[in-house]
Design a protein around this ligand. Structure first.
Ligand code: E4P
Length: 219
């Protein structure tokens, strides 16, 4: 299972990379709006340091215009993936992009039918936004389970990116359900490492070590 970081912040990306577990990055217009670097420059910088797919989102609402944006964005680096919104024009655009060999991350997915459409038009990735469904009293992870079943039934190769993850349990459930990837904010990725019993256990070992005989060595 792969871990993507959901951010456009270079410091967070560099730190996550240093942990050795980073497989890719998903940006979106909201993340980009928080950074000072212009969009394309930022994508270029991220692509330089990340050895894996980097999603950059189009903002046009017409298929032809989305395609033009995508053609420009993929020139930035080989690992750029184009995020396309789950609207009818987005489906059309995805079909055109996949026909040109452009990898698409079909985003803002909230129903299994949207995910099926994404697979039918050749999207490389589909992004169900589980946390946003939870926010409106739907079980976001049920959607992931349905998508997994549909894709497995027909052998679709579109990879499932569990998006809008809100806590480590979303990551755990993603792994248990066989989702391919979870994309998560920096804070959530950090939480994956933490357990209070590890901290308590380590503290005790270090305290006890101070009492252990320190002289002499292994012969
Ligand atoms: C995914 O690719 C999106 O960028 C992201 O997960 C959106 O989630 P949010 O609800 O945390 O903004």
């Amino acid at each position: 299972m792969e871990f993507f970081i959901d951010t456009a912040n270079m410091d967070e990306i560099k730190e996550a990379k240093s942990w050795g577990i980073l497989d890719g990055v998903t940006t979106n217009p909201t993340h980009v709006s928080k950074e000072s670097m212009p969009f394309k420059e930022l994508v270029k910088e991220i692509c330089k340091i990340v050895d894996g797919p980097v999603s950059a989102e189009v903002v046009s609402l017409k298929a032809e215009e989305m395609l033009e944006e995508a053609r420009e964005l993929v020139k930035i680096a080989d690992n750029v993936v184009i995020k396309v919104p789950s609207i009818p024009e987005g489906v059309k655009a995805t079909k055109m992009m996949s026909g040109e060999g452009i990898k698409v991350n079909f985003t803002l997915v909230f129903s299994p039918m949207q995910a099926l459409l994404a697979a039918k038009v050749g999207a490389a990735y589909v992004s169900p936004f589980v946390g946003r469904l939870d926010n409106v009293s739907h079980h976001g992870m049920d959607l992931v389970e349905q998508i997994r079943t549909i894709y497995d039934n027909y052998g679709f190769e579109t990879k499932i990116i569990v998006a809008a993850a809100r806590h480590p349990i979303h990551v755990l459930d993603s792994a248990l359900m066989g989702a391919d990837i979870t994309t998560m904010r920096f804070e959530i990725m950090k939480m994956l490492f933490e357990h209070p019993l590890t901290d308590i256990g380590l503290e005790k070992f270090l305290q006890d070590w101070k009492k252990a005989p320190q002289k002499g060595g292994v012969k």
